[in-house]
Ligand binder design. Structure first.
Ligand SMILES: Cc1cc2nc3c(=O)[nH]c(=O)nc-3n(C[C@H](O)[C@H](O)[C@H](O)COP(=O)(O)OP(=O)(O)OC[C@H]3O[C@@H](n4cnc5c(N)ncnc54)[C@H](O)[C@@H]3O)c2cc1C
Length: 400
């Protein structure tokens, strides 16, 4: 097995690290202190222009769409680097949910949809959101949706109630999962429909505070009403009734992006933990680093982060070489495995910082508040565990 990194990726990572220190860290301090994404929009726009000038824009997109054209295994490494800050992915235009939406539009969008929605998204001129989860039905069983879209002449009329539509505030359009074929089998009932947010009937009820963070602009999670939203029938994205098929397609690469972002966060927390242990004196001449219990945490965290990274990279390699279907065990397993590593390392790092770890004087508390959700979004951990175990048990003749 060859674990080496290509010279191109060594160079890309080095340039991202330099930009991280010079530009991202100062902006991140502002974000954490002010608790507002919107307040930083002018600086973020300037930062995005710098990223473009550095030739590091949209690493996951093909060159034809203005990106770097990296392979999945290569972008995985970039995603880790960018994950070390809450602003990294946004500055490079590979942030969720836009990255997934770009992927769907590239694969399933027609020429008109690509021109109107993908082109400005790829250029960073607009943002988007993905609207599937509903407050009154379990997101863990996404085939069960109340939101409907009915064809009326040349228009789809969308009615429904969604929540946790991340980044809806300020987004130019939503990709909405809605039932269009109510009589079809569960997995063929829903379709994806593009709803521009200036469509009459699209209404943000509120941004939902998460762990006390009110959220705004890109950094928000909205409750949204779709009340008789009429959009042209050409806004159907992918085949009728193909909503879940399309969603599945974005799942594999999207999971790699998320998991590597989490590893980046864990690396950042690990670095802060070690720095603190190496400098904090708990008695004259005695540092936290001298305590075996802290040494044990450092060693365990190191091993867990490295194991998680290898697992994700191997899964990314399998997706590239064998396809998403053949890699589905890894795609399930890295979700809960990396989420566990992420929250454990964050928790240890906060503990080592003592009271300081709970303040906004470091980025740790920000990550802790925002990333507890890692066990819930992108499919609750338990759902992935159950589906992995069922596949394993099938090999033992048990249909669980
Ligand atoms: C920060 C954040 C951002 C999000 N962004 C988006 C977004 O942009 N767009 C969007 O559409 N949605 C988004 N979501 C919603 C997310 O996808 C759902 O929260 C998730 O699918 C879980 O659905 P639920 O909250 O309805 O929980 P439920 O489905 O009610 O599940 C509750 C709990 O039950 C357990 N559980 C569920 N199923 C099983 C099972 N089969 N076996 C055992 N235990 C089980 C799990 O522990 C789960 O956490 C976001 C959520 C969060 C927290």
């Amino acid at each position: 097995m060859d674990f080496s990194v290509s010279p191109r990726m060594v160079d890309v990572v080095a340039r991202i690290r330099a930009f991280f220190e010079s530009d991202i860290v100062p902006l991140e301090k502002e974000l954490v202190a002010r608790h507002s994404f919107r307040a930083l929009l002018p600086e973020l726009a300037a930062g995005r222009e710098k990223v473009k000038a550095l030739g590091l824009w949209a690493p996951q997109l093909p060159v034809a769409w203005g990106g770097m054209g990296l392979r999945l295994t290569e972008h995985a490494r970039v995603s880790e680097e960018l994950g070390r800050s809450p602003l990294g992915h946004y500055l490079f235009n590979c942030q969720a949910p836009d990255a997934g939406n770009m992927e769907i539009l590239m694969e399933f969008g027609d020429d008109g949809q690509k021109e109107r929605f993908l082109k400005p998204l790829a250029a960073g001129k607009i943002r988007s959101c993905f609207s599937m989860t509903e407050p009154d039905l379990p997101g863990s069983n996404p085939t069960w949706l109340a939101t409907k879209a009915v064809l009326d002449g040349d228009h789809w009329v969308v009615d429904g109630h969604k929540w946790f539509t991340s980044s809806a505030e300020g987004a130019a359009f939503a990709i909405v999962m809605a039932v269009t074929e109510p009589d079809a089998p569960p997995h063929a009932r829903a379709s994806q429909i593009i709803v521009p947010t200036d469509t009459p009937g699209f209404r943000i009820v509120r941004n939902i505070a998460v762990m006390g963070e009110p959220g705004d602009d890109y950094g928000s999670h909205a409750e949204v009403m779709y009340e008789g939203c009429r959009v042209p029938r050409e806004n159907l994205l992918g085949p009728r009734g193909g909503g879940f098929f399309v969603a599945q397609e974005r799942l594999g690469p999207g999971r790699i992006h998320h998991a590597m972002r989490w590893i980046g966060i864990a690396e950042r927390a690990f670095d802060l933990m070690c720095r603190r242990a190496a400098t904090r004196e708990i008695a004259p001449g005695k540092k936290l680093a001298h305590k075996q219990i802290i040494q044990g945490w450092i060693a365990e965290c190191r091993a867990k982060i490295d194991a998680a990274r290898l697992y994700v990279l191997h899964t990314a390699w399998r997706i590239e070489n064998e396809g998403a279907h053949a890699s589905r065990d890894g795609i399930s397993a890295i979700k809960f495995f990396c989420a566990d590593v992420l929250t454990e390392v964050l928790d240890r790092a906060i503990q080592v910082h003592g009271a300081l770890g709970l303040t906004d004087d470091t980025v740790l508390a920000w990550f802790y508040r925002h990333e507890r959700a890692a066990h819930i979004y992108d499919g609750a951990d338990e759902v992935h565990k159950v589906s992995l175990a069922k596949r394993i048990l099938r090999g033992y003749g048990v249909d669980a």
